[in-house]
Design a protein around this ligand. Structure first.
Ligand code: 6GU
Length: 240
C-alpha cells in the first residue's frame, strides 16, 4: 500500500493539478503514491446541498458546517485510518521540512482545504486535526497550500527522486539556505563563473559553498541562522 493522500475540498477538479506533471506526476503514474480528491459537497444532507452557514456571533463570510466536514473526514479515513488529519489554514502552525519529513515517513495524509471564513472549530477539535499554514500571507483557499504540502512530501518518498539528489542534501536539511549554482558557459554576458568552482579543489569548493550558504542565511534569514547556522560547528573548527 503506497503513501496515500486524500484531499477534502469543494474544488476536487484542482487535483492533481501540477502534481500530475514532472517528478510527482511520474511517481503518481508509477504507483509510488496515491491521491484521491474528495468533494466535501458530496456529504451535504439537505436538498440545497449546503456545506456552510453564517458565523455564530455575526460577521462577514461563511463557515463550513461541522456535520458535513465530519462525514467527509470519516469517508477519507475509511481508506487508511492511521493518517494525520491536516487542515490547511493561514492560522495554522508553520509548515517546515521537519514536519514534511514526518508526514512522508508515515502512511500518508488527509488534507482538509478551508474556504470561506473558516471551518467550525468543534470538528477541528473533535477530530484532533493539525492546523498548518504554508506562510505569512493569505490565500483564497487551502487548495494551493495542499498542493505545496504534497509536493514537499512526495519528493521524499522512496524511488521518487533520482539517486543524484537524495532530496535531503540541500536547503534546510543542514539548516542553511542553499549556495548558488553555476554551469557552462564559464563566461556569459561578461560574467565569469567563480574561479574556485573550476579549480578542481574539492575541499576549497566545499568551503566556498559553505561560506556562501552561511552568508545567505545570515543576511536573508536571520531567524534560521539563530536556530541552526550558529549552532553548527565548521568541519575545521576545534583544530589548533
Ligand atoms: Cl494553509 N491556507 C490559506 N487559505 N492561506 C494560507 C495558508 C493556508 N497558508 C498561508 N496562507
Amino acid at each position: 500500500s503506497p503513501w496515500q493522500a486524500s484531499v477534502l475540498t469543494l474544488f476536487p477538479e484542482m487535483f492533481p493539478g501540477p502534481l500530475g506533471q514532472s517528478l510527482a506526476g511520474r511517481a503518481l503514474r508509477e504507483g509510488r503514491w496515491g491521491l484521491d480528491a474528495i468533494d466535501i459537497r458530496g456529504f451535504a444532507t439537505d436538498r440545497h446541498r449546503s456545506v456552510d452557514d453564517t458565523p455564530c456571533g455575526g460577521g462577514a463570510g461563511m463557515v463550513l458546517r461541522p456535520d458535513v466536514v465530519d462525514a467527509a473526514c470519516a469517508a477519507a479515513l475509511a481508506a487508511g485510518p492511521d493518517r494525520p488529519l491536516v487542515v490547511l489554514t493561514p492560522r495554522g502552525v508553520p509548515l517546515d521540512q521537519r514536519m514534511v519529513r514526518g508526514f512522508a515517513e508515515g502512511p500518508g495524509v488527509v488534507l482538509l482545504c478551508g474556504r470561506f471564513e473558516g471551518i467550525d472549530q468543534r470538528v477541528i477539535e473533535a477530530r484532533g486535526m493539525l492546523e498548518v499554514s504554508i506562510g505569512d500571507y493569505v490565500l483564497s483557499g487551502g487548495e494551493p497550500a495542499a498542493l505545496v504540502l504534497l509536493d514537499a512530501c512526495v519528493r521524499l518518498l522512496p524511488g521518487v527522486m533520482g539517486a543524484a539528489a537524495s532530496g535531503e542534501e540541500e536547503s534546510f536539511s543542514a539548516g542553511l539556505l542553499e549556495y548558488p549554482h553555476y554551469t557552462r558557459p564559464t563566461q556569459w554576458n561578461g560574467l565569469a563563473v567563480p574561479p574556485v568552482l573550476l579549480s578542481g579543489n574539492h575541499a576549497e569548493v566545499a568551503r566556498w559553498r559553505r561560506e556562501q550558504a552561511e552568508m545567505l542565511t545570515r543576511t536573508r534569514r536571520p531567524d534560521l541562522w539563530a536556530r541552526h547556522g550558529s549552532a553548527t560547528p565548521h568541519a575545521l573548527d576545534g583544530q589548533v
